[in-house]
Design a protein. Structure first.
Ligand SMILES: Cc1cc2nc3c(=O)[nH]c(=O)nc-3n(C[C@H](O)[C@H](O)[C@H](O)COP(=O)(O)OP(=O)(O)OC[C@H]3O[C@@H](n4cnc5c(N)ncnc54)[C@H](O)[C@@H]3O)c2cc1C
Length: 454
């Protein structure tokens, strides 16, 4: 395995070496651990699960692999983060894949994704609704006082119009977010949903080919071991300092430093979900705890359906926007990511569904889902030889209307205590794993500068 590149340097001779407690052994905690250790500091990583990796973990059901927090792909616009990840596992351990995605529309129709580019494939009435609505919305946006609405429901109408809303955006987003879309802020879509030029929409609607955004057109995935192979590789040199199966139960001030469970540290780097961290941190004001508890998130169930043949569509994943297509919003053809994800001659699909509160998925639910997929033509139940599921509690951040206020009250307070926080749910930020690595790289640079300053 090649040594990951990083621009973080070892402290100069005589610089005080400090002891860090890193809370959480997901990709954020492991990356911070690698870099701090490379810089000569002492670290312990506390991970409550027996297996490191957090949301990047992969389960194995008799040779059928399942990425526990939904099918994960490796791609990035962040060169330093990407090379850290690729170098950690080794480039020869990765499959190169072209992203092929579709929307499974009503009546068995396959439509291009992004939906705006597939509009020409819709039935005539739906195509008309989308085009007309888009032009009306476009015209409204040219008016002098037009401003983007703050809630997601109205933002969709403002940006895309009624047809796109009814035929895709509303049903799909209701399925994922499980919240009245008027209660969702439009802030989370900024920069995520590029505005399609009106010419592209008209072209697509009359049946001319358009592609939409292409930055995820290719991706990488570990040849064996599922996405978790990546976090396994990042964590491998840290085996002696990872305390797997050790939950952080208490974090409290101890003079200039901190006590984590019973051990003393100079600094704490938190990567655990913020609401969980606030529960174990001593001396948190009630208002801060309340704000942290009020942060809204969605949990995820990932369902594996293993097939006794490998004749599956050539897609990476497909979107299922409508309720009659079952509870999952996305199906990943995980065995297309790497042949190592299913036994030889077999294939797998992975369905992902979000939930709020208690887990609705059990064996009966999985059977029902398979029956739905048979009904809509995605598989034959007689071909299914393995089923299974995994759930994760913290999966999606819900940017409800007072999200930033709650975050400022809770995370803002933690930041002011001199505790470092990084990671998707430690900062409640919509990070993919590459962004977690990027943030960890930046944080460690900041920490090293802080340490150097004494
Ligand atoms: C549906 C979905 C799809 C995604 N797809 C992609 C993708 O395709 N590509 C991509 O790059 N990223 C993807 N991501 C994002 C990626 O999974 C995350 O950004 C990343 O894994 C977060 O890592 P983390 O270390 O910040 O947090 P986590 O992985 O959540 O790590 C936090 C760790 O803290 C531990 N912990 C919690 N409580 C305690 C405690 N009391 N004591 C000790 N440890 C504790 C947890 O067990 C966990 O291991 C996806 C995420 C989801 C939900």
């Amino acid at each position: 395995m090649a040594a990951p590149s990083s621009s973080v340097t070892t402290p100069s001779q005589g610089v005080h070496r400090v002891k860090f407690a890193i809370l959480g052994g997901g990709i954020s905690g492991l990356t911070v651990g690698r870099l701090l250790r490379a810089a000569g500091h002492t670290i312990d990583i506390f991970e409550k699960d027996e297996i490191i990796g957090g949301l990047c973990k992969t389960a194995n059901f008799d040779g059928f692999l399942l990425d526990e927090a939904g099918g994960h792909i490796l791609y990035s616009k962040l060169p330093e983060a990407l090379s850290f990840m690729v170098d950690s596992i080794g480039p020869d351990q990765l499959c190169q894949r072209e992203r092929k995605t579709k929307i499974y529309y009503r009546d068995g129709l396959w439509v291009k994704y992004p939906f705006e580019n597939g509009v020409g494939q819709l039935p005539p009435q739906d195509r008309f609704d989308c085009l007309m609505g888009y032009l009306e919305a476009y015209w409204q946006r040219q008016q002098p006082n037009a401003t983007p609405p703050g809630n997601f429901h109205d933002w969709v109408l403002y940006r895309m119009g009624q047809g796109f809303a009814d035929h895709f955006m509303f049903p799909y987003n209701e399925k994922i977010w499980k919240i009245d879309l008027k209660q969702l802020s439009s802030s989370w879509v900024e920069g995520r949903v590029p505005e399609a030029p009106v010419e592209d929409i008209v072209q697509a609607a009359v049946g001319l080919t358009t592609e939409g955004y292409t930055h995820q057109s290719h991706f990488q995935y570990p040849i064996s071991g599922g996405f978790q192979a990546l976090t396994d590789a990042i964590g491998a040199p840290l085996a002696d300092v990872i305390q797997a199966g050790t939950a952080v139960e208490s974090v409290q001030r101890d003079g200039e430093g901190w006590k984590v469970n019973d051990a003393r540290y100079d600094f704490v780097v938190n990567t655990m979900p913020l609401p969980e961290f606030l529960k174990v941190l001593q001396g948190v004001p009630a208002a801060v705890n309340q704000a942290g508890d009020a942060l809204v998130y969605r949990s995820l169930a990932s369902v594996l359906i293993g097939l006794n043949h490998d004749e599956i569509p050539d897609y990476s994943w497909i979107y299922l926007p409508f309720p009659e297509q079952g509870g999952a919003n996305r199906i990943t053809y995980l065995s297309n990511y790497s042949p190592g994800n299913a036994p030889e001659g077999c294939a797998s699909i992975q369905a992902e569904l979000t939930f709020a509160g208690p887990n609705p998925v059990d064996d009966a639910y999985v059977d029902e889902l398979a029956a739905t997929y048979e009904r809509i033509g995605l598989l034959k139940r007689s071909d299914v030889i393995r089923k299974g599921f995994k759930t994760v509690k913290y999966a999606y951040i819900v940017y409800d209307l007072d999200f930033y206020q709650k975050l400022d009250q809770s995370l803002g307070w933690v930041d002011r205590q001199g505790i470092y926080s990084t990671g998707r749910f430690a900062r409640f930020d919509y990070f993919n794993s590459d962004q977690c690595v990027d943030s960890a790289l930046k944080l460690v640079k900041q920490i090293l500068a802080d340490v150097e300053r004494g």
